[in-house]
Design a protein around this ligand. Structure first.
Ligand SMILES: Cc1cc2nc3c(=O)[nH]c(=O)nc-3n(C[C@H](O)[C@H](O)[C@H](O)COP(=O)(O)OP(=O)(O)OC[C@H]3O[C@@H](n4cnc5c(N)ncnc54)[C@H](O)[C@@H]3O)c2cc1C
Length: 386
């Protein structure tokens, strides 16, 4: 492999692969260095939901970026599927939000307003009476007090979407290297090379897209990268009787959304438990997470007690304190870019992240509404960089 490229991207998750894709569209060559395998982190195990209307910072500072990225996904997905032949199950979905307890009712009216008030053709919601819910979805708990059926969120198989970005990038000239990055070579406030276990790749720019491992790059760039891992677990069940149901959730039963997927399984979760007894690197699923999810979902659909557990997965979200990603070039290393901190929305945000970073590398400016997600908000400290 040539040991020089325009851009080295560290990390083959969805942020890194989307960046390689958008760079490729501009004719800018890149090498993705990934030490565990493409989409081996959260990008390969997420719930694959694209919900731009709700979440930390929405409405608020993340709102415009979330909506931009949602729309960007929908506009590029057909081409991406056609170019790669990878079907990543991209689609618009329905969400059934159910009120089982009095405390849910106010939340449901909020959902109704959120989906109906936005001036966007994809989104709308309707209120369902309990008898409507039971007649349309007979396996839902008979304790249902009210429900909202909301349409407009998107969903995908994030593992396959990441592979599609990678594959399309490769067709546009990107290269992949299985290796671990261990440092950067810098000269006169510029990165000139990326040090891996097996050598150095010389480059004109570098993108740190290391997801929850981004903190490890702090010492390379002399700046604390405030990204921490938040563990999440999902159980995948076999239960064909609700395969045609929309996504189902109850406001007062968080971490237990029910997602019927096109792979024929029902994905349930995801937990956001801080398992302090578990090291960050542990990908071992826990009984506690499984039982927590099961206890909640059988309150929503009691017959799920008869489902078969097929798989339980673990992954780590790259989270920042303000729940905004960190995007842009490092102030004192201008050809070094951060593309991290997608948090619990990193799949949805990946198109915006990839396009913004590619724009900045290509021309120094971007029209992607990065706003408060800019790296400029992070204090540069040369002290504690770990
Ligand atoms: C349970 C769960 C459910 C989720 N559901 C959703 C959802 O529904 N919708 C949504 O939008 N988001 C969701 N997310 C969040 C989303 O999955 C993440 O934000 C996103 O995948 C992060 O992508 P990334 O590329 O930044 O990081 P990652 O996917 O973690 O990729 C980082 C990569 O960098 C590599 N790497 C790290 N250090 C090095 C090094 N030194 N050298 C080489 N390679 C290195 C790692 O091996 C890894 O492959 C969920 C997350 C979890 C955990």
């Amino acid at each position: 492999m040539d040991n020089h490229t325009n851009t080295v991207i560290i990390g083959g998750g969805i942020a890194g692969c989307a960046t390689a894709y958008f760079l490729g569209k501009k004719g800018i060559p890149s090498i993705i260095v990934e030490n565990e395998g493409i989409a081996s982190g959260a990008s390969g195990y997420s719930a694959g939901g694209l919900n731009p209307l709700v979440g930390h910072g929405i409405p608020g500072p993340l709102g415009p970026l979330a909506m931009y990225s949602y729309e960007k996904h929908l506009s590029i997905w057909p081409e991406l599927e056609q170019e790669t032949g990878i079907n990543f199950d991209g689609r618009i979905i329905d969400l059934l939000r159910i009120g089982l307890f009095d405390s849910d009712i106010e939340q449901l009216s909020g959902t109704l307003n959120t989906f109906n008030d936005i001036d966007h053709p994809n989104f709308k919601a309707e209120l369902l009476e309990p008898q409507d819910v039971i007649s349309q979805y007979p396996l839902i708990s008979s304790n249902v007090k009210s429900a909202v059926l909301a349409t407009g969120n998107a969903a995908c198989d994030s593992y396959k979407l990441t592979l599609a970005f990678a594959n399309a990038a490769e067709k546009l000239g990107a290269l992949f290297k299985s290796d671990e990055v261990i440092g950067l070579n810098t000269k006169a406030e510029k990165v000139i090379g990326v040090k891996t276990r097996n050598g150095t790749i010389h480059c004109d720019s570098v993108v740190i897209a290391m997801g929850p491992w981004s903190l490890n790059a702090s010492k390379w760039i002399g700046m604390h990268i405030p990204v921490t891992p938040l563990k999440g677990q999902i159980i995948r069940l076999k239960y064909p009787l609700i395969q045609q149901y929309p996504d189902v959730e109850v406001p007062s039963l968080p971490e237990a959304s029910i997602h019927p997927k096109l792979d024929g399984l029902i994905w349930c979760g995801a937990t956001k438990m801080e398992e302090l007894d578990e090291p960050f690197s542990s990908k071992a699923p826990t009984d506690r997470a499984r039982d927590t999810i099961m206890d909640k979902i059988v309150q929503i659909i009691p017959s799920l007690i008869n489902s078969e557990l097929i798989l339980q997965t673990v992954c780590f979200r790259p989270v920042t304190e303000d729940w905004l990603p960190i995007l842009g070039s490092v102030p004192h290393l201008e050809n070094c870019y951060l593309a991290t901190g997608g948090g619990e929305k990193g799949v949805m945000l990946s198109s915006a992240i990839g396009e913004a970073i590619a724009d900045l590398i290509g021309t120094g400016v971007t029209s992607v509404p990065i706003g408060n997600a800019s790296v400029d908000r992070i204090p540069v400290s040369t002290g504690n960089t770990a």
